[in-house]
Write a protein that binds this ligand. Structure first.
Ligand SMILES: Cc1cc2nc3c(=O)[nH]c(=O)nc-3n(C[C@H](O)[C@H](O)[C@H](O)COP(=O)(O)OP(=O)(O)OC[C@H]3O[C@@H](n4cnc5c(N)ncnc54)[C@H](O)[C@@H]3O)c2cc1C
Length: 403
């Protein structure tokens, strides 16, 4: 029997996250949009609270909640685990402010990557630290198989050389998960991720980006020059398994794409809720018992956007639920990311449009959400790339056959 309610056990987490979004994020949302590159100190206490919740075993209280436990239930099982909990928490927090969520200490996408693929020993060593994720390079964005940063084994250390751009939390995090190739001639199978301490002398911060949205979140560019890391800093297996190809590295995305989709769902809901209130203040009532087309045009548009929101939300929950139940979810993770990213941009701009001058002015957060939304359609793989992945999976084509 299908049951679309939020599992009872996650309701306290959802309401706590909503409270944080309302009482901590929303009041400082505009302040850190304007003060780009200033660190939101208000988040320190909150991050400690989340650490405490994680230590107390509360599943899904942050980015580290996406580890796939072995021994998940079989196809017939139904487990609502930490992936679903994390997604639900993120939706609430991003209803508050997505830039601030991205600035939360120890909750970076690098933390999710570590949680997804690190050995128990690595979890022990690197757990509790804030980790950013560095894949993108000047010549490698959507095509992450094209990365040029190299990792050469020298005794007990790897030596990394290359350039990384657009690293979210790169300036503030304590660790950077760097993607590099062990052997450029061996293609995608040779790409591995390495944990680099932020204070490693071989890692040089080049500059911070100025951006359209998520201005509370820092975005850094780095050069890696003879950057030495211990052998044990390689995440996962050091073997170059040509048969497995990119599988190992891509496994991270199956866990992190639903998280970014969840961010988009949160921003979408924020825009819709505020627009509904402003429409009501303007005397435009939504009647859910009447067909959309027999109501004012603004209501018809609003209902259309709500339907898109609901579709994005359900796809996101589905992708996370599959991860909790140890089912392969690359297809669903990409579907969720594509739909939620596109919906977030369409709805945020649609809400600005419906609210007219109120939507465009800085007295409301609607204009900010319209700016914040676009990145959710870009990072962790653009909408176009997600659609390509979906097409490949549905048609049974390889990345060489369909590009
Ligand atoms: C604010 C911000 C934060 C970021 N944070 C991180 C981070 O923490 N870590 C990290 O590694 N990266 C990060 N990125 C980088 C982000 O993941 C890349 O920008 C993204 O993957 C797209 O790469 P690109 O910018 O090089 O665009 P390109 O790959 O050059 O793509 C340009 C356009 O062409 C389209 N396109 C490309 N190939 C195809 C194709 N085969 N078919 C159809 N369309 C195609 C794309 O969808 C896009 O619309 C961040 C970027 C920004 C802006």
């Amino acid at each position: 029997m299908i049951n679309l309610e939020i599992p009872k056990k996650f309701q306290p987490l959802v309401s706590q996250a909503h409270q944080v979004a309302t009482e901590v994020f929303r009041p400082i949302s505009r302040k850190y949009d304007e003060a780009e590159h200033a660190y939101p100190n208000e988040l320190d206490m909150l991050a400690s609270l989340i650490d405490g919740m994680n230590e107390g075993g509360d599943s899904g209280a942050g980015a580290t909640g996406v580890r796939r436990e072995s021994g998940g239930k079989s196809e017939e099982g139904n487990r609502n685990g930490s992936n679903l909990a994390t997604v639900l928490g993120i939706i609430e927090l991003c209803w508050g402010d997505v830039g601030l969520l991205l600035s939360m200490p120890r909750q970076g996408l690098g933390n999710s990557a570590i949680a997804s693929v690190a050995s128990e020993e690595q979890l022990e060593r690197y757990g509790g630290k804030w980790a950013a994720m560095a894949i993108t390079e000047p010549e490698a964005g959507s095509d992450s198989a094209a990365i040029r940063t190299t990792a050469e084994l020298d005794g007990d250390e790897y030596v990394l050389n290359g350039e990384k751009i657009f690293v979210t939390s790169g300036d503030r995090a304590e660790l950077i998960v760097v993607w590099a190739t062990l052997d450029p001639s061996k293609g995608r199978a040779a790409i591995k991720s390495f944990i680099v301490e932020r204070d490693n002398p071989g890692l040089k911060l080049d500059r911070l980006e100025h951006k359209l949205g998520i201005r509370a979140s820092d975005t850094a560019n780095f050069t890696l020059q003879d950057c030495r890391v211990p052998k044990a800093a390689l995440l996962g297996s050091p073997e170059i398994d040509v048969k497995q190809g990119f599988g190992g590295a891509m496994q991270t995305f199956d866990n992190t794409r639903p998280l970014v989709a969840a961010m988009a769902v949160g921003v979408t809901r924020a825009s819709l809720e505020r627009t509904g209130e402003l429409l009501a203040e303007a005397g435009v009532e939504i009647d859910y018992d009447l067909p959309a087309l027999s109501q004012p045009a603004a209501v018809a548009r609003f209902l259309e956007m709500e339907a898109d929101y609901e579709a994005a939300r359900l796809l996101t929950l589905h992708a996370a639920w599959m991860a909790d139940n140890s089912r392969p979810n690359s297809l669903q993770a990409s579907m969720a990311k594509a739909k939620a990213g596109r919906t977030c941009v369409d709805v945020a701009l649609g809400c600005v449009e419906l609210c007219g001058a109120a939507g465009y002015g800085e007295d409301e957060l609607l204009e900010k959400w319209a700016r914040d939304s676009k990145i959710l359609d870009i990072f962790e793989g653009t909408q176009q790339i997600q659609l390509l992945i979906v097409a490949r999976q549905l048609l049974g084509k390889s990345s060489a056959e369909l590009r």
